[in-house]
Design a binder for this molecule. Structure first.
Ligand SMILES: [Zn+2]
Length: 83
């Protein structure tokens, strides 16, 4: 089933795989305390790295990268992918 009523592609779900921001993060990479709350780095199921800010208003995604397959493929040292 494909829903075409996804009005906010970058609002409340991963634009790459559709993972809802409200759902449990696929993987928590690290947490950092800040003055107003804390910052959480998470990795989505598709490999996209997300920076989330948690404060009195709740948790929101403020930045995200592209999926690992596209964004960080050549960052992996030692792994050569011959096309
Ligand atoms: Zn994703």
């Amino acid at each position: 089933m494909i829903s075409t009523a996804h009005g906010r592609p970058d609002g409340d779900a991963c634009p790459h795989c559709g993972w809802p921001d409200r759902a449990e993060p696929f993987q928590v990479v690290s947490r950092h305390n800040t003055a107003g709350g804390h910052t959480v780095w998470t990795r989505c199921g598709c490999g996209s790295l997300q920076m989330r800010v948690v404060d009195a208003c709740g948790m929101r995604v403020v930045s995200r990268s592209r999926p690992a397959e596209q964004g960080a493929a050549d960052v992996r040292s030692g792994a050569v992918w011959v096309t």
